[in-house]
Write a protein that binds this ligand. Sequence first.
Ligand code: ATR
Length: 279
Amino acid sequence: MPDCYAVVGDPIAHSKSPLIHRLFAEQTGQDMVYEAIRIDRARPFAPAMGALVRQGYRGFNVTVPHKLAAHDLANTLTPRAQRAGAVNTLVVEADGSLTGDNTDGIGLVQDITELVGLPLTGRRLLILGAGGAVQGVLEPLLAERPAALHIANRTADKAQRLAEAFADLAGETALSAGGLDKLKQLDTFDVIINGTAASLQGEALDLPIHLLAPDGLAYDMMYGKAPTPFLRWAERVQPAAERRDGLGMLVCQAAAAFEIWRGVRPNAETTLAQVRQKL
Ligand code: ATR
């Protein structure tokens, strides 16, 4: 019987994770099964997970809307999952207890620095949004030692609170925060990461046209068949800059989870090209 893993979320039917992990398993010769399981968002998370653990699953990826519940459920948290305040990877230990980790941030950083090939060290970074998605990636982004990291959010207070919560990790990085409406007062950024839910709703953010450097990168943590409104904005105001959606982050966070479970590191770049082709 091969080891079983699953991604849990709601909705889950369109998850790319089963495809990604099947490709990883083929590539690395691992004998395993990976499924997508819907856990109803209206139902308590813990009993549903308990049932899956008793069925013998060895690990889980956790996606919307259960990342906070998984954080609360885990018996042990890695330091980065504690900082993220959310769990996207669970390991079922030999005694049945759950270790919670978060690979979203390292996935994002790997995609930008290795797959896109843009070092973040010494760069000016702008993050749009101040929800769970952004909190989940701040620690690994700060670890790259950007020159500046500004968090801009529609609700400025939330951005401010996030910047305060991560101030101890800033080191040499100028960490700041403010409202989306104050962006016109700021200098150009090398990298702009959209971590708001605006793309999900098909909405464009109202951003000043000077914001992105010509040799910069516009990165949307969301992805879809068509470019997101944020990436279309970037193309319009700064066509010379690079543009990426969140599919690379998805593959890279999955690669990190796969390595945690199986002890072997799949090639994220090859897999991303395969997944992109099937999208
Ligand atoms: P997630 O866990 O996906 O980050 P969240 O915690 O609900 O979800 O956060 C959603 C983020 O998207 C927030 O930063 C939100 O801004 P507010 O804090 O002001 O609500 C942002 N957001 C959602 N829709 C938006 C829109 N139409 N324009 C700008 N920001 C938006």
